[in-house]
Design a protein. Sequence first.
Length: 178
Amino acid sequence: PLDTNAITPFILCPGSVEKRKNGERLIEAVELSRCVQERRIHLVFAGGMGYDHESIRRRAAASPLAEKIHFFTGLSSRSLQALYKSALFTIYPSVFEGFGLPIVEAFALGSPLITANIGAMAEVAAEAALTVDPYSAESISAAIDKFADSGLLREEYRAKGVHRAHHFSWKDAAALTR
């Protein structure tokens, strides 16, 4: 079993670590975050290593917060679920997705979510996530601070996400593709 005690509290960024997922800008946003600095919040990337993951890992290693940035790969579905449930919140600032399955996973597992205000992310999340300009580290950082500062706001978005998750099911998807 995955032990997250040493890195709690943490923000979860699920999905493959690759350029389009915006990891470098997320690291910059975390560095700008007042709450991350004050509360010693960790950042956890959880997923496989994708296209140009080396640049994101180099950026993390060069960060003044390097000891608070972690990469977990090869996780079982049970371990990934535990991360969603243990995270302070989930962040998914991708600049391009075909769908964005981690958004629905966060919702279904009750993790409050910050995601991009563009493309599939905005469409899938609707009003159930706090959205940001994925091209602005300042926008991402401001959202991180909003969520880190307010348990009530996280709870509000957790409830919205759980409700939104009911809009997505394999049974419904199969029925629509007949």
